[in-house]
Structure formats: C-alpha cells, structure tokens
Design a protein around this ligand. Structure first.
Ligand code: NAP
Ligand code: COA
Length: 289
C-alpha cells in the first residue's frame, strides 16, 4: 500500500516546456517513493520514459502503474538492491533491453535514521554508507560501463546538507552524503570527455517525505525549525526538487557539471540543532521505543 503522499499530482504548473525531456529515458533509484517518486512523475510529465528501481518490487510496480496512468508515459519497475552489483547489472540490462537507451541516471536510493554516534552499531554505520555511497557508485559505474561511456549521459546524485555543519545524530548519513558530493566532482572530471555530466541536488527539509518523518522531530520541533531556521520560511516541496531535477537533467544546464545544487530555502546558512536539543529529542525518541 503506497503512502498517501506517493500519489500523483492533481495539478502541476509547468515552468519548462512540457516536451523538454521528450524521447529521453531516465533510470531512477528509489523512484517508487518520496522525493524520487515526484521527480519521476515530473520527468514523465515532460515527455520522459522512466525506470524506477528499489528493493521492494511491489512498491515500484504499483508506483509505475500510478505514474503511467497519470502521465501517459512509460515506466518500467525493476527490483534491485543498490548494495548488490549483480542485481544492478541485471537491472541496467533490463532497462536497456526495454528502452535501448538511458539518458539520465538519478541516484536517489538512501537510508537514514536519527542516532547518536556512540549508540550506532558498526553495522548501522556501514549499512548507510553501503546504501548511499557505495550504492551511488555501484549504479553509476554500471550505467557508465554499459551505456554512458559510448553514448554520453547525465547523472544526478541526491545528497543532503546535513554534513555542511556537522548536524548531530547524523554522522552516518553526513559521512555518506559528503562522499557523494565528492564523487560528483571526481566523476564529472573523469567522465566529462565522454559527454557525461555529473551533478548533485542537495535537498533541505522536504515536506511529506519519509526523510522528514524520520528526522524532522515532532510537530512542535518542526514548527520551530520552519519558523527559526528556514530563511524562506517554508519547508521545501517534492515539486521543488522535481523541477530542479528537470533543470539539471535537460539541455538548459548543458554547460554545468560537477556542481551541488542546494535546494533548501537557505536553511544550511543558519545553524542547526545543537547538542542540547538533540539530547532532548533523543529522550523523547527513547520514551516512545
Ligand atoms: P524515501 O521515500 O524513503 O526514499 C528512499 C528510497 O530508497 C525508497 O524508495 C527505498 O525503496 C529506496 N532504497 C532504500 N534502500 C535501498 C537499497 N538498498 N537499494 C535500492 N533502493 C533502496 O525517502 P525520501 O525522504 O524521499 O528521500 C529520497 C532522497 O532524498 C534520499 O537520497 C534522501 O537522503 C534525500 N534527502 C531527503 C530529504 C528529506 O527532507 N526527505 C532531505 C535531504 C536529502 P525500497 O524500500 O523499496 O528499497
Ligand atoms: N537506530 C539505530 N540503529 C539502527 C536503526 C535506528 N533507527 N535502524 C536500523 N539500525 C541498525 C540495525 O540495528 C542494524 O545494525 P545491527 O546489525 O548492528 O543491529 C543496521 O542498522 C542495519 O539494519 P537493517 O534493518 O538490517 O538494515 P536494512 O538494510 O534492512 O535497512 C535501513 C536499512 C536501516 C537504512 C532502513 O531504515 C531502510 O531500509 N531505510 C530506507 C528508507 C529511508 O531510510 N528513508 C529515508 C531516506 S532520508
């Protein structure tokens, strides 16, 4: 059963031409839910066909049905764990035999939870690094080797901003996402001559997402955060990220590579949760366990 926020939009306002991604194919990890579901939908509304891939096949299958119905474009659901290179190879092969091409790769699959460093098990830290960082590398390498090296392409990684000022309770994800930012630049330089652009979107707090359900704290905490910490005075929407992904995925940004596009309403300029607040949050969390 899909989360209610993973339904397609009733209305969508176009800022770009509606055929800006026509005849392109995008492969989107984590496209069955949250931010990447909305990116997939907005891509399809701009004429793109898509592949959505994650561990839970029912989730991507049902999402693909909703997306095709709402947009009239094609969406291929594929089961794949980004930690497993063989599954990735098979998923990319499946995508290529279905569409004969991949133009855009979006690395959105990720895992996160709030946890103080001292309470993280070794396996918990490793798990997040494996999904976010290794997963981004594994899938990028497979798509590059199988298609982009000969035809060019466009990679958009999904990072975050929490490592900019060492947000507490997030050492595992901060380390994983900082590595993704670095990888964006390394791969942009190495693969640029093959016609491959590599960029990254760093979302701030995005409403109606699993990420915010896990990290946002309770209602009171969130309301304070929006009021005090976000210069634009509102949470981001998944459409904000989808439209930014259209910009980076289309020819509008054809001379842009190796960048991290921060889409956070200015939040990362303002200092974040301090350790005292974090301790209070942890006590609240612990009392609910
Ligand atoms: P989400 O809905 O939970 O998206 C995560 C997706 O990753 C799910 O579809 C999940 O599907 C997939 N996934 C997880 N582990 C996987 C694995 N090992 N192999 C393949 N797929 C896997 O969360 P979200 O909040 O929309 O986050 C989407 C992206 O935005 C993430 O990269 C996140 O770090 C980033 N971000 C979010 C926020 C925010 O405010 N929400 C802020 C900054 C950055 P399965 O369970 O089916 O595998
Ligand atoms: N706090 C502390 N440790 C946690 C934790 C939490 N909330 N959740 C999981 N862990 C630990 C586990 O205890 C385990 O460590 P251990 O073996 O030492 O006990 C380790 O992390 C791996 O957990 P497991 O459940 O086996 O991993 P998984 O591969 O099945 O799932 C997660 C990966 C943990 C990231 C899971 O939360 C997930 O699938 N997330 C995807 C959705 C998501 O996070 N969306 C938000 C994106 S911003």
């Amino acid at each position: 059963m899909a989360h209610e926020t993973d339904q397609c939009l009733k209305n969508y306002k176009y800022y770009f031409k509606s055929d800006i991604l026509a005849n392109k194919v995008a492969f989107i990890s984590g496209g069955g839910s949250g931010i990447c579901f909305r990116i997939t939908e907005i891509y399809m509304r701009h004429g793109c066909d898509t592949v959505i891939a994650s561990r839970n096949f029912n989730r991507v299958k049902e999402a693909a049905e909703r997306l095709e119905k709402a947009t009239g474009r094609r969406c291929l659901p594929v089961r794949m764990d980004v930690r497993k290179p063989q599954e990735i190879q098979d998923a990319v092969d499946q995508a290529l035999s279905h569409y004969n091409r991949i133009d855009i790769l979006i690395n959105g699959a990720a895992g996160n939870f709030l946890c103080p460093a001292s309470r993280l098990s070794y396996n918990a830290f490793r798990t997040v690094i494996e999904i976010d960082t290794l997963g981004t590398f594994n899938l990028s390498k497979a798509v590059y080797e199988k298609y982009f090296s000969k035809h060019g392409g466009n990679i958009i990684n999904i990072s975050a901003t929490l490592h900019y000022n060492g947000d507490v309770l997030q050492v595992h994800v901060g380390a994983a996402k900082a590595a993704i930012d670095a990888m964006t630049k390394h791969l942009a330089r190495e693969w640029g001559r093959d016609g491959v652009r590599v960029n990254c979107i760093a979302p701030g707090p995005i409403a109606d997402t699993e990420g915010m359900r896990r990290l946002g704290g309770d209602k009171e905490e969130l309301a304070r955060h929006v009021k005090e910490d976000i210069p634009l005075g509102r949470m981001g929407s998944r459409i904000d990220i989808g439209d930014s992904a259209v910009y980076l995925g289309s020819e509008v940004s054809s001379y842009i590579t190796g960048t991290v596009l921060i889409v956070d309403g200015g939040t990362c300029m303002v200092s974040r949760r301090n350790i005292f607040e974090a301790e209070r949050m942890m006590r609240k969390l612990a009392s609910k366990l």
